[in-house]
Design a protein around this ligand. Structure first.
Ligand SMILES: Nc1ncnc2c1ncn2[C@@H]1O[C@H](COP(=O)(O)OP(=O)(O)OP(=O)(O)O)[C@@H](O)[C@H]1O
Ligand SMILES: [Mg+2]
Length: 459
């Protein structure tokens, strides 16, 4: 089946036909087991009433009497002892009747043809206009003796009712077909819209407007779809910005390497100039190498949590080590280091956390004033550990504060060029902390200093 529309329509019709058939079968069963005996009893009583009346008033002319009764909605047959048959009311469809039955009725038995009518699945016996399907009673007066067989004249009793029910049924079928065709279109339309929207998005156009205001599952789907579209748009924009940042970051050191190596080849230079140029080339290539390393880290962190290689280690010890390895930097700036760290075992990725402390501590050295200070404090909570790295450096402006975790963000570009910065450090830090289900917060005042607070779960 090609379309959802067709599938729903066919399914509903199938269900309608199936339930119609089942309802017919079930009502048939109901007729055979409950209504048939009841009907038989009712008609037997009526036949016995006729018999009783005629036997008590034999001066009544039998022909007139039975004619009148048949006009009230009954089909009647009388068979006398000679075998002469007289019909009253409409004719029977099937006029065969076993002579044994006639004989037994003439002999005084009551014939329960309605109750004995064979139980079949698809014929509602009630409507079967045959002589077998009758009640037979013997009638005997001093002037005559015959068997009387009777059944309701369905045509007369239910004729217009049948037409009415047929019209109702027909109308119900036609109208439900019509409504199914229309309402299914209403159900399916948003799905068609969504499909078209996905096509547009696949082409890279994110500004699709979905006009679906429904509260049901499809409405929810549309809402989530719009949300996803907005997210995709953001990711796409971020990706473009990232690529242009990366190319720019690669382009500028390459251009300066190119420029200086050309000068080295073509110009007459003093020894000192040459040394200076070469050291710039070295610095720039180091920058490039650092950049590619950081980009690789970011790419691997982007993947998933599963890249974490967790082990148990003392986090205080690790931070102390980082402080030691950056000693050259803080001694050079004459910074006072104040540490309060107690042994705390955490289960985390050792290499990645090492990068976190390295970046945060080098930042607090890099952005500090000569003779400033750095304080590193730790407090243990039950399941978490909180680390605070505070410096008395240049601080971050209120404007820049929300951006410092963005990739390639550097507050004072001109100044940081000298410091071999890429602006990827804090982006990596944040990613690592979040992979560990921790949090990082920053408080800063321009000119006063900056505080980074990190909480990570111990387990
Ligand atoms: N302790 C701090 N004091 C003042 N400014 C800071 C501090 N830490 C970060 N910043 C600001 O946030 C920016 C981004 O920091 P991040 O660590 O991401 O980059 P970076 O240190 O410049 O370069 P990288 O770490 O990649 O070598 C910095 O350039 C700086 O402007
Ligand atoms: Mg940094």
């Amino acid at each position: 089946m090609k379309t959802l529309y067709l599938r729903i329509v066919v399914t509903i019709f199938f269900v309608m036909i199936l339930s119609g058939l089942l309802a017919f079968l079930m009502s048939n069963v109901y007729y055979h087991y409950y209504l048939k005996p009841y009907n038989d009893k009712k008609l037997t009583k009526m036949a016995l009433d006729i018999k009783g009346f005629y036997e008590g008033n034999s001066e009544v002319r039998i022909n007139n009497y039975l004619n009148n009764i048949s006009k009230l909605g009954y089909q009647i047959l009388t068979v006398d002892t000679e075998g002469n048959k007289t019909f009253y009311g409409g004719t029977f469809r099937e006029k065969k009747l076993d002579p044994k039955i006639v004989k037994s009725v003439l002999g005084g038995q009551v014939y329960h043809g309605i109750a004995e009518f064979p139980t079949t699945l698809l014929v509602t016996g009630f409507f079967d206009n045959t002589l077998n399907n009758t009640i037979g009673v013997p009638i005997k007066t001093n002037k005559d003796h015959f068997a009387l067989f009777m059944r309701p004249n369905v045509q007369l009793q239910f004729g217009e009712l049948r037409i009415l029910f047929s019209i109702i049924l027909l109308l119900a079928i036609v109208l439900s077909i019509l409504f199914v065709l229309i309402s299914t279109r209403y159900i399916v339309r948003p799905i068609i819209k969504l499909t078209e929207a996905t096509k547009i998005i696949a082409e890279g156009k994110y500004n699709v407007q979905l006009q679906i205001n429904r509260q049901d599952e499809i409405g929810k789907l549309a809402k989530h779809f719009s949300y996803m579209t907005r997210k995709l748009e953001q990711i796409d924009a971020m990706r473009q910005e990232f690529v242009s940042n990366v190319s720019h970051e690669i382009q500028s050191p390459l251009a300066s390497i190119q420029g200086f190596s050309q000068s080295l080849q073509t110009k007459q230079l003093t020894d000192e100039q040459r040394k200076n140029y070469l050291s710039i080339i070295e610095d720039e290539s180091r920058r490039l190498s650092l950049l590619s390393k950081q980009l690789l880290t970011l790419a691997s962190l982007d993947k998933e949590e599963s890249i974490l290689q967790k082990s148990s280690f003392d986090i205080a010890d690790q931070i102390k080590q980082v402080v030691l390895t950056t000693e050259w930097g803080w001694r050079n700036k004459d910074l006072a280091i104040d540490m309060d760290l107690s042994k705390t075992i955490v289960n985390a990725d050792k290499n990645l956390l090492h990068q976190v402390w390295t970046n945060l501590i080098t930042n607090s050295i890099k952005f500090n004033h000569q003779g400033g200070s750095i304080s590193i404090q730790m407090s243990n909570k039950e399941e978490m550990v909180l680390i605070e790295i505070k410096d008395t450096g240049i601080g971050i402006s209120e404007n820049d504060l929300p951006k410092i975790f963005n990739r390639f963000f550097i507050a004072d570009k001109a100044r940081n060029r000298k410091e071999s910065s890429t602006g990827l450090g804090l982006a990596i830090v944040k990613q690592i902390i979040e992979l560990h289900h921790g949090q990082i917060q920053v408080y800063s005042k321009e000119g006063k200093g900056t505080t980074f607070q990190i909480t990570i779960p111990k387990m």
